[in-house]
Design a protein around this ligand. Structure first.
Ligand code: PEP
Ligand code: MG
Length: 590
């Protein structure tokens, strides 16, 4: 390619996990030291030196982690993040990792990089065979730490986030919490990764730091080169590498509009969320880690509609104790009081297994996930139920079970809750005996029998992320089928509508806490279908409030009546798009 040759424009679509638009130059982090490690045979007299080189790299890795931890503590990063570093330090001390690597160097007379890669492979295979999904997840930590040691071994500093000199878009195979600890928001203007789902740590930290991010791009590290210009749209997941000047101009304008729009929305913070004809809709927040509470309240969230507790369990070597969980849940309950907090029990597995993990199940999304995992691992479940119940006296706590597929499963979960209540009562521990119990409706079987489920619970919440995944048969983290992930799909709309009607007919509260709730055009439909509570990320709360305050409930219902007969998602989308502009009343921003 001659210097004059224009670079090819590449359009990529990933999971937009943190909204915002960024236009900048690519800064590529290492492509994966594990992949890059090659074998090199040693002379017998070289092995001792090689072992020493390996031990030096271990020491360097330990020192780096100590520095990162110190910085995290200074920056007051959350305990969850610090715990991940502690877990990595522990792995660095692991006898199997160290001794086996030394053994491979000595016996096979190979370089330390190759020996470590060989040992990692064995460890990953060992983890993959485990039945325990939680333990299986720990293999990600090992992979991250081995990667760090390999980087230190090769002496190649690989580009590090701290090396950034000018504002850039960071492109990496994966971004670890240790990386994010070193991120300077002024320099990392966006980030893109090959792997990761919407709920990966990368996604969570991106949202917490309000850095636009797109994950799950699969091969962005191969497509983008250092210095390439990239456009990132963190809301839609659109990434354009080497865009033309005219496209850059379009996105510059869009970026200004996005920022102006975001600022203007704060006027709505203390205004009631109701339609022009007086229908009140509650807007609550989804949260993963306690650091998100402030941002949610600043955006006017009226409670926590979904607390994804699994983040307390991820990236650590030991399960969170009852006391630790109690502390975490109590904090949220107290901070939000008198607003309610819906604590969802552990939803481990499926898309919560971070990319790069050894996945033991062939199809983890349909495997031993969420309530299935908890019912099978009763000890883990009971500890969490005890903590939730004990925290319930600190505020308005409700408990919700994820991935319920039928009444029997729900009854088993409720039975365990009752058993735990009896246990606590016997011990004289305080809890809310009438704690509200809810079920997530996110499996099609549960949606179809929603009329039966609502008879067993105090509330339901529709998890549209999974409901769409399972009903449309689309893996929500697989970008190859992402184009089929259509919330406007007539089947999805009919299913959601039927669930809402079942709950409303029974007089049981129904909310939506999937990503659909946070997008105005979908929220419009959900409200029109009769939902009175939407739960979403902080950045969406005011956007949705703006829409709701701009429409009449009567119009929303009319629109919903109109779309239900449409044959395709495109028909629905066109119809909604044709209605949206006329529904907004711009005077809110004057
Ligand atoms: C959902 O499935 O819509 C949901 C809210 O839960 P999660 O995204 O955590 O699976
Ligand atoms: Mg779900």
């Amino acid at each position: 390619m001659t210097p004059e040759t224009k670079k090819q424009v590449i359009l990529m679509k990933g999971l937009g996990v943190s909204p915002g638009i960024a236009i900048g130059r690519t800064y590529e982090l290492e492509r994966g030291a594990v992949e890059a490690a090659h074998v090199c045979y040693l002379d017998p007299n070289e092995t001792d030196k090689e072992i020493e080189r390996f031990k030096n790299a271990l020491k360097e890795s330990r020192d780096q982690l100590a520095r990162i931890k110190k910085k995290m503590e200074e920056d007051r990063r959350g305990k969850e993040h610090i715990r991940i570093i502690d877990a990595h330090v522990m792995i660095l001390k692991d006898a199997m990792l160290i001794n086996d690597t030394v053994k491979v160097i000595r016996e096979q007379k190979v370089n330390a990089e190759w020996a470590l890669k060989t040992v990692l492979k064995d460890i990953m295979e060992y983890f993959a065979k485990m039945d325990d999904a939680y333990l299986k997840e720990r293999s990600t930590d090992i992979e991250h730490i081995v990667n760090r040691v390999l980087i230190n071994l090769t002496g190649k500093r690989h580009e590090s986030i701290t090396d950034l000199k000018s504002p850039s878009i960071v492109v990496a195979h994966d971004i670890t919490p240790a990386d994010t600890a070193q991120m300077d928001k002024a320099l990392v203007i966006a980030f893109l990764t090959d792997v990761g789902g919407r709920t990966s740590h990368t996604a969570i930290t991106a949202r917490a730091l309000e850095i636009p991010a797109v994950v799950g791009l699969e091969n962005v590290t191969r497509k983008a080169e250092n210095g390439d210009t990239i456009i990132v749209d963190g809301a839609t997941g659109t990434v354009i590498i080497n865009p033309s000047d005219s496209v850059i101009e379009v996105y510059r304008k869009r970026k200004t509009r996005f920022e102006d729009y975001d600022r203007a929305l704060f006027h709505l913070k203390d205004m009631p969320c109701e339609t022009v004809d007086g229908r009140r809709v509650l807007l609550m927040g989804n949260m993963e880690i306690s650091e998100e509470i402030d941002s949610l309240t600043e955006h006017g969230a009226e409670g926590i509609g979904l607390y994804r507790t699994e983040f307390l369990y991820l990236n650590r070597t030991a399960l969170p104790t009852e006391e630790e969980q109690l502390k975490a849940y109590r904090l949220v309950a107290k901070k939000m009081y008198p607003r309610p907090v819906v604590i969802r029990t552990l939803d481990i597995g499926g898309d919560k297994i971070l990319a790069g993990d050894a996945q033991g199940e062939i199809n983890p999304a349909m495997g031993l996930r969420a309530i299935r995992f908890c019912l099978k691992n009763a000890d883990i479940f009971r500890v969490q139920l005890r903590a939730i119940l004990r925290a319930s006296v600190a505020g308005r706590v409700k408990v919700m079970f994820p991935m319920i597929s039928g009444v029997e499963e729900l009854r088993q979960a409720k039975f365990m809750l009752e058993e735990v209540k009896a246990e606590l009562k016997k011990e004289g521990k305080a809890f809310d005996a009438d704690i509200a119990v809810g079920a997530m409706i996110e499996v099609p079987s549960a949606a179809v029998i929603a009329d039966l489920i609502v008879k067993e619970v105090d509330f339901i919440s529709i998890g549209t992320n999974d409901l769409l995944q399972y009903s449309l048969a689309i893996d929500r983290v697989n970008e190859h089928v992402a184009y089929l992930y259509e919330p406007f799909h007539p089947a999805a709309l009919r299913l959601i509508k039927s669930v809402i009607e079942a709950a409303n007919n029974a007089g049981v509260s129904v909310s939506v806490c999937g990503e659909m709730a946070g997008e105005p055009e979908y929220a419009l439909i959900l409200v029109g279908f009769g939902v009175g509570l939407l739960s979403m990320n902080a950045a969406s709360v005011l956007k949705v409030k703006r829409l709701i305050r701009s429409v009449s409930y009567a119009d929303a219902k009319k629109i919903c009546k109109g779309i239900i007969g449409f044959a395709t998602a495109a028909d629905v989308e066109n119809f909604i798009n044709s209605k949206m502009p006329s529904l907004y009343r711009e005077e809110f921003f004057s």
